[in-house]
Design a binder for this molecule. Structure first.
Ligand code: PLP
Length: 423
């Protein structure tokens, strides 16, 4: 696939007059088209709902766009729940999928009427003790153990993952929850991450639908929903193809008709908690080349660093880079593209073939819409960047200002030293 930036050099030159680099920019048109396609792909299922994984991009302006297409919020902490509530997204429009959950988070989730997805068998009693009852609608996260294979390749290793109930605990858990008053049950599993093959969701659905039938038969509970969670990937690399969400939706429908319908379970709603797929491709980090260095290798230093996008430093993740204005120039120079942290892994790309880069060029680092800004940190006193929405009419709207030194030092504001900074 030919990866192209959704902004041009000319557009960026206009935007930087008002908002200096670095910043993450988001493509409203792309977000909307994808959310619409997602909705249509699962329209066959009456109760279908996508709960956007807030951790992937907790910007309310973006979540609001998704909400227009019926998306709720998948929250993993109290702070995320607070954002959802502030946006008016409450009750069953929230899925609370957390682990090692503190009591106050269960309390707050229950207060908002969120659907709680329990990560552990012991959380059944912990939840009951904490909030004083078991909600009528409740979900449990499943961990089958072993390895999970898609297309004859091992996708992930649930046996090593800290999440979920074992198969035996699912049965015992549903019996216990039923005895404590739960009426509508959900099953959730997240068995592989960033998978672009169309087969992932249908294969996961088969595992969960078969489990749903078994749980219904063995415990007599009403299975209200199956939550396929996140995990659909995006083509970070130019040689990858994007997953075809319509084919995914059809694949899940086929398994639904094979497994659930014959078991008389044709009222089961399908839920998803996609983060990366909903937002990843529709964000880019725009940074300026500010330094070139010729030592044992060729380096281009940028005004962004791993604080703005951690994935390459953290996982060695590939992020495609476009040198804006040089889209058609030959990639005949080999560079390491770096940030300014005192960490040698602060590199957005290593040995990357790119057009010749001059100081002042703008680099567009692709696919930062999910797990980009959100993973940011403040090492070396580096500040988080602004976020900008490129609207459908081509105008740019600031949707989060850049952090200032005062923000960075704000938690010292109760001490004398706070008065002594040159803010
Ligand atoms: C991270 C996460 C998601 C979203 O994952 P993506 O890979 O971004 O789709 C969904 N659900 C849970 C419980 C998660 O932890």
């Amino acid at each position: 696939m030919n990866k192209t930036a959704f902004v041009s050099k000319e557009q960026i030159e206009e935007i930087v007059k008002e908002f200096p680099t670095p910043f993450h920019i988001y493509d409203e048109k792309g977000i909307r088209a994808n959310a619409q396609a997602m909705k249509e792909a699962f329209a066959w299922n009456k109760g279908f709902k996508e709960y956007f994984a807030v951790k992937a991009n907790p910007n309310p302006h973006l979540i609001k766009i998704l909400n227009e297409y019926g998306c709720g919020c998948d929250c993993s902490s109290k702070t995320e729940l607070m954002l959802s509530k502030a946006m008016g997204i409450t009750g069953s429009d929230i899925m609370f999928s957390s682990n090692a959950t503190p009591a106050e988070e269960f309390e707050y989730a229950a207060k908002l009427g969120a659907t709680i997805n329990l990560d552990d068998f012991t959380h059944i009693e912990f939840l009951e003790k904490t909030i004083g009852y078991i909600p009528e609608t409740i979900s449990c996260r499943y961990n089958p153990g072993g390895v999970f294979e898609v297309c004859n390749g091992i996708m992930d290793n649930p046996g090593d993952a800290k999440y979920g109930f074992t198969p035996e605990q699912m049965v015992e858990g549903f019996k216990l929850l039923k005895a404590k008053g739960a009426k509508h049950f959900g099953i959730h599993a997240f068995l592989a991450s960033n998978v672009v093959q169309n087969e992932y969701y249908p294969m996961l659905a088969k595992v969960l639908f078969e489990l749903a039938v078994k749980l219904k038969e063995e415990t007599g509970v009403h299975i209200a929903f199956v939550n396929l969670s996140g995990g659909i990937g995006i083509p970070y690399r130019p040689d990858q193809e994007p997953c075809d969400i319509r084919a995914v939706g059809e694949g899940v429908r086929k398994v639904y008709e094979e497994v659930l319908v014959p078991a008389g379970m044709d009222d089961v709603a399908i839920f998803t908690e996609l983060g990366r797929f909903m937002m990843g491709p529709y964000g880019g980090l725009v940074t300026k080349a500010v330094h070139e260095k010729h030592i044992h290798k060729e380096y281009i230093g940028c005004d962004a660093c791993a604080v703005n996008l951690m994935r390459p430093a953290m996982y060695g993740a590939y992020h495609h880079i476009t040198v804006l204005g040089k889209e058609d120039a030959p990639c005949d120079h080999k560079y390491d593209i770096t940030g300014s942290l005192c960490e040698n892994n602060d590199k957005f790309a290593i040995d990357r073939m790119l057009p010749e880069i001059e100081k002042g060029d703008y680099l567009f680092i692709h696919d930062t819409g999910a797990h980009g800004y959100a993973m940011g940190y403040n090492y070396n006193g580096k500040l988080k960047s602004a976020e900008i929405l490129l609207r459908e009419d081509g105008s740019a709207k600031l949707i989060r200002r850049a952090e200032t030194p005062k923000d960075y030092y704000a938690t010292l504001d109760c001490f004398d030293i706070f008065e002594k900074f040159d803010f």
